[in-house]
Ligand binder design. Sequence first.
Ligand code: NOJ
Length: 498
Amino acid sequence: MKAIILLICVSTFALADDPDYHFSDDFVFGAATAAYQVEGGWDEDGKGESIWDRGTHEHADWVADNSNGDVACDSYHKYKEDVQLLKTLGVDFYRFSISWSRVLPTGKIDQINQAGIDYYNNLINELLDNGIEPYATMFHWDLPQPLQDEGGWPNRATADYFVDYARVLFENFGDRVKHWMTFNEIMQICEAGYSGGSFAPYISNPGIGGYECTHTVLLAHGRTYRLYDSDFRADQKGQIGLAIDSYWHEPNYPDRETDQQAAEVDMELNYGWFVNPVVNGNYPDVMIERVAKNSADEGYPQSRLPVFTDEEQAMLKGTFDFIGLNHYSSDKVYFADEGAGDHPSHWADTGVIGYQDASWPGSASSWLKVVPWGINKMLVWIKDHYGNPPVLITENGFSDYGQLDDYDRANYYKDYLYEILKAINEGGCNVVGYTAWSLMDNFEWMAGYTQRFGMHYVDFNDPERPRTRKLSSYVYNNIITTRHVDWDYYPDWPPAEK
Ligand code: NOJ
């Protein structure tokens, strides 16, 4: 019986004669979560309200299982247990996010919540005491509601408030946190939050809201980086990056020139949009041109894409110590004959149609098909376009419905990590580390708790929120400790001890 299970489960992507590449000793491995998705304690000890608190409370029926993050994994109380899970997993670092409203309940520095500072101090100290480096994300989508009441990210003043908040973080935690990510997935913050209205604050303003939001966010990122340079870097000696998500966009017919161009346009308008300003100081030329042309055709007096001044471009250029990459899946793309999407919209500005090949294995998330070679091409594209910057993979993972013998997740990690090894060894890519999403099952935004990404199962029906190791946690640990992908390794299952 066991032999049959193994046969079925062995990764479909491995070839017997693939080289046995190894991760170098300085390559770091981690696991990730985010505040709203795991902490709970949504209004405890002086925490203020965030847009996700407000959104899920006001529109419970918009979330798949009518749930919210009020309690989530209860990490606000159970962080010590989380740290033990991380320790057993064998990771070098934990990527968590800081809830702005827990630290600054109004979003502004007029009120600093000492209990919030204490919570993150306790978490950071507990991690360090257990030999795990804290990697902190400053903003993983949970904007303080009072700042949304003033317009949220499309309001340029939000950048001022963010930089004030960042200073509080550097002052309180920068002596121990040496890796910072300013923002997580600007595409989701801005396009989903302010263009499409599918994520909090659920604002629908296609073709405009996402661009205005992104402009403020990028300025906030750049100014935070410069603040670190001027006031903290010499003492604290840390690194700052940001986590940008992207599919790999593959030409529909790889040999067809127009499909190749469509893929390039799609990469620039969906990924270069955020990374080019940070590396080179401005939006990609092709994006500036396409949005300007569409805006003119639509009768706008000026481009819907905001403009960085020369001074802002100089400020933004080079504001990264590493590029964080959140990557899960890929699609195939081609130019739409009649234009893509309604006008105005970011999608119409790309002019590109994407789809996922029916032969690609699926997951519990409709958007997540398993395409391991996509991460390889993505990494090579980054190397070629931005001068081979250090890339930290800040998220990668697989969703299912919660089974403990999660062979599909384990194989996903094996297949994607092997493609990363190939990108390093054959593509010459400067990949410095890898973060598995996620340490444990958690609140998957509009999917609630129906889609699970964890290497640990969390029982959300039990008030104690017990965590249980899944099979993938053993496989990830094996990769970390052996520094390579052992295609044959699976733990005995079920495990003898918990
Ligand atoms: C992207 C986000 O950063 C994270 O919050 C989310 O849960 C995962 N990817 C999976 O969708």
